[in-house]
Design a protein around this ligand. Structure first.
Ligand code: MRU
Length: 398
């Protein structure tokens, strides 16, 4: 069974092309697999904000497809297609601007919004354009994002696996003794659930595994939202990749124990600034500091849509602050007296903090470029030259 966070279908046979979008409710994972329908931009905004879908690429794709779905539903209550091409393009722009307000840190969503607005504006100025042709151009472009994301992730996986094979202490040792396998640690969830499929950092782990080079993956719990223990662990078990879950605070001990026999720490990104400073899930920065201390390579895996050349450094990245409840409470299925997980019952919420305590809950942190050894993209791995990242070449000639 292929793990699919986003299901999009389009019926082109009727006069009015109609689309449908369903997403896997990640709040119920790993215990329950339940898809629900997204029909409007309001549905998508809510699902993204509540983190029923999360992960930078998945957020952007769901937002884009939600508007595609809304625009193609003839009976849509929330939107009526205007009778002029200009107003159709304006409507698309307004709905995209609204979707952009759902979560601030990941750049993929605003990157998608910019590109999709351009598609609608260009379609509106084409010869013989009609409101229907503008909608059609928009839906085609949104659907393309879903397809491209999977192929980009597979390319990221291949580039990352090759880099680790040739540029890490464990990789070089393995070239002398192929019986030695590689171990990798990852953080948060960057897999099929965070993307259209395969994943970025988890895609690198998948590629190492399919090359028969990976002996073990470690995933960190990723408090407070537990994307590691709930989602990455679920994907690793699903793919039968030998793996161990650690709490975030165990990472230092793991690196002290494994040293450079841990080939690399590979993480995803929500926004890579022009100088390489990287916003990613809270806890990423501490892993980068640990990696440097122990001589372990630290890699960021991200598609070019995550690289934001208009943001000079991490200082300008807005870090999303989330509710105190995510830190003070945990939610999950209850356990029966004999240790059975009661998946059919309503999940229970447990309080794990002293009532009245103040809480700080930034969803992301910034890892300085100085601590990053390479940024793995679908076009190859970018390394520093004279101590600086230069991503310009990724965007010229492609
Ligand atoms: O808050 P989340 O779960 O959306 O955060 C996800 C991450 O930080 C991921 O590492 C990042 O979005 C990359 S997903 C390919």
């Amino acid at each position: 069974m292929v793990l699919e966070a986003i299901r999009f279908a389009r019926r082109k046979d009727s006069r009015e092309p109609s689309a449908s979008l369903e997403i896997l409710d990640q709040l119920l994972l790993p215990h329950r697999t339940s898809y629900f329908r997204i029909s409007t931009c309001e549905d998508a905004h809510h699902a993204i904000k509540q983190m029923q879908v999360r992960g930078a690429p998945a957020i952007a794709i769901v937002a884009a497809l939600a508007l595609a779905t809304e625009l193609t539903q003839a009976d849509s209550e929330s939107v009526q297609i205007p009778d002029s091409v200009e107003r159709t393009a304006d409507l698309i722009g307004t709905r995209l601007d609204y979707l952009k307000t759902s979560r601030p840190t990941a750049v993929n969503l605003s990157d998608a919004v910019g590109k999709l607005k351009k598609v609608a504006d260009q379609a509106a100025t084409a010869a013989n354009a009609t409101p229907a042709s503008v909608v059609e151009a928009y839906v085609n472009a949104a659907e393309r994002m879903l397809v491209d994301d999977v192929s980009d992730n597979k390319a990221i996986g291949e580039h990352g696996a090759a880099w680790i094979e040739h540029n890490t202490t464990a990789g070089v040792q393995r070239s002398k003794d192929p019986k030695q396998g590689l171990q990798v640690l990852t953080h948060c969830n960057t897999g099929s659930l965070a993307t259209a499929g395969y994943g970025t950092a988890l895609g690198v782990i998948r590629s190492l595994r399919s090359r028969d080079m990976l002996t073990h993956a470690y995933c960190s719990e990723t408090r407070p939202y537990n994307q590691g223990s709930r989602l990455t662990a679920y994907e690793l078990v699903h793919d039968q990749i030998p793996a161990t879950l650690i709490t975030d605070s165990m990472a230092a001990s793991l690196l002290a124990r494994e040293g450079t026999s841990l080939a690399a720490i590979v993480v995803g990104a929500d926004r890579v600034a022009a100088n390489g400073d990287t916003a990613n899930k809270i806890g990423t920065y501490s892993l980068a500091v640990l990696a440097r201390h122990h001589g372990v390579k630290f890699l960021v895996a991200a598609p070019r849509t995550t690289i934001d050349l208009s943001t000079p450094s991490g200082d300008q990245i807005v870090i999303e602050q989330r509710a105190a409840d995510e830190v003070t409470k945990i939610k999950g299925p209850r356990i029966s007296a004999v240790g059975q997980i009661l998946i059919d019952e309503e999940p229970a919420t447990i309080n794990v903090a002293a009532t009245g305590i103040d809480v700080w809950n930034p969803a992301f942190d910034i890892t300085p470029a100085a601590l990053i050894d390479g940024v793995i993209t679908e076009c190859g791995v970018v390394e520093k030259s004279d101590g600086r990242f230069d991503f310009q070449s990724l965007f010229t000639g492609h």
